[in-house]
Design a protein around this ligand. Structure first.
Ligand code: NAD
Length: 477
């Protein structure tokens, strides 16, 4: 077993741990073994992080976008050099196959490069005046110190999306990554400081999530809140942010529909769907979860999906042969047990899977449920696990109604050979992202974000930088 890094806090450029701080164990989900002890930040630590972020902001906002860009590029290089080490830490603490972890670290380097470029383009504009000689200037400036909260499913990509955009805009950050997956996030923070970011511009803390978020969001130092996680927690943080009228970006849950129209190839659609469904054991906010397949293709689609699911190699993510690792924590096992039992009680057919694999770690079989009644809980709740629901439909209007019926609006997908249907479905789906004949909806150049109860604001694309900028108008006579 490779060694796991020492876990610390990063405050004002110093790495700290011990000294009587509370600690919690970090567990490898493939083995159930404790691999590290994570220190929690005390109130004093949080105050020091806030002071550091304030000082860091005063310094970093005055570094030119050109020079900030050089630091961000250097950070991308350091991340690439350490790709294997960071990916290994991630697999040890989160469970995903090492190949997925490597891709995630590579995408973090890409994001830093994208933001290194984008930060140089925080353009304002000149508005023609009514009186000759006057100047009307619209300026973009960094919003201020940011509090960023990230979950355990993408321990490197999600902190990077927030931190790289905030740094490119000239903001400082206090990051609270998930306590369950701190090692890879800290290795990312080390790459950032080693890449040349001045002390205090990035601070990393851990603790009891509700206590840390309540304390940081209430501080007058913090001007922007960004969170990725469940809709329930997002609503809570939005209320706290509203108290101080603070800007907020929320990337929350989803329950992505996939529509397979009558003119699609059901076997090809099933192959693409299986690859996407079981990525990160289904613990992905844009994971395809509700499959609606035209009634003429339904049985062929289910047969192919079932065959591929049965043969998917599941095992410790560190083994090169594993295509799916364990679930990240035991809460997901409980959720799978209860959602699948409830669907079967309501009359759903299970064509494969449905149980735990072994007693060591938290492995769950790839599972397919067909003809799932609408009143099953899995038709309402984000499953966040390796389970696919496949139902049948007959008309365009009926399937759009089904796809749009939940409060979620993050991602949706459709398969069709018809340009006409592709255009119509792209217009009709009420989600922030739509993939047509593809599950690829997430690259640094494009905006990522939801509508309805899946949140507001986008990360990535030109929108990602905007989230950390505010507008100032100067009228000069
Ligand atoms: P959860 O809702 O308690 O936690 C989700 C994340 O939010 C965790 O990282 C947690 O540390 C953090 N969190 C919780 N309370 C917080 C608070 N008051 N302030 C700041 N951060 C807080 O539950 P969970 O069991 O970890 O995950 C359950 C559900 O969350 C999943 O089923 C899924 O729907 C959703 N989730 C979504 C994403 C995503 O990428 N959008 C990621 C992880 C979890």
């Amino acid at each position: 077993m490779p060694t796991y890094d020492k876990l610390e806090l990063l405050i004002g450029g110093e790495w700290v741990s011990g000294e009587g701080r509370a600690e919690q164990p970090v567990v490898n989900p493939a083995t159930g073994e404790t691999i590290g002890m994570l220190p929690h930040a005390s109130k004093k630590d949080l105050d020091r992080a806030l002071e550091a972020a304030q000082r860091g902001f005063a310094l970093w906002k005055n570094v030119s976008p050109f020079d900030r860009s050089k630091v961000l590029r250097k950070i991308a290089t350091v991340i690439r050099e350490r790709q294997e080490h960071i990916a290994t830490l991630m697999t040890m603490e989160q469970g995903k196959p090492i190949a997925e972890a490597r891709l995630e670290v590579g995408s973090a380097a890409d994001l830093f490069e994208w933001n290194a470029e984008e930060g140089r383009r925080a353009y304002g504009r000149l508005v023609p005046p009514r009186v000759a000689g006057h100047r009307q200037m619209v300026m973009k400036e960094p919003i201020g110190p940011v509090a960023a909260f990230t979950p355990w499913n993408f321990p490197v990509n999600l902190p990077t999306r927030k931190v790289s955009s905030a740094l490119a805009a000239g903001c400082s950050v206090i990051l609270k990554p998930a306590e369950e997956t701190p090692g890879a996030a800290l290795a990312l923070a080390r790459a950032i400081t080693d890449g040349g970011l001045p002390p205090g511009v990035l601070n990393v803390v851990f603790g009891i999530p509700s206590e840390v978020s309540e304390y940081l969001i209430a501080s007058p130092v913090i001007r922007k809140i960004t969170f990725t996680g469940s809709t329930a927690v997002g609503k809570l943080l939005a209320k706290l942010a509203a108290e101080g009228v603070k800007r907020t970006t929320l990337e929350l849950g989803g329950h992505a529909p996939v529509i397979v129209f009558e003119d699609a190839d059901p076997e090809k659609a099933a192959e693409a769907s299986v690859a996407s469904k079981y990525r990160n054991a289904g613990q992905v906010c844009v994971s395809p979860t509700r499959f609606y397949v035209h009634e003429k293709l339904h049985d062929r689609f289910v047969a192919k999906f079932t065959e591929l699911s049965k043969n998917l190699p599941v095992g410790n993510g560190l083994a090169a042969t594993s295509k799916m690792g364990p679930m990240a924590n035991p809460r997901r096992i409980e959720a799978m047990e209860s959602l699948i039992a409830d669907a079967r009680d309501h009359g759903a057919k299970m064509t494969t899977g449905g149980g735990r694999i072994g007693n060591e770690g938290w492995f769950w079989q790839p599972t397919v449920l067909a003809d799932v009644p609408l009143d099953s809980r899995i038709m309402e709740l984000e499953p966040f696990g390796p389970v696919a629901v496949v139902n049948r439909f007959s008309t365009f209007d009926e399937v759009i109604k089904q796809a749009n019926r939940l409060p979620y609006g993050l991602a949706s997908y459709a398969f069709t050979e018809s340009v006409h249907t592709a255009a119509a479905v792209g217009d009709a789906l009420e989600t922030g992202m739509v993939g047509i004949n593809t599950f690829q909806i997430n690259v640094p150049e494009t905006p990522f974000g939801g509508v309805k109860e899946s949140g507001y604001g986008s990360e990535g694309g030109t929108e990602g930088l905007d989230a950390y900028l505010q507008t100032k108008f100067i009228s000069q006579v």
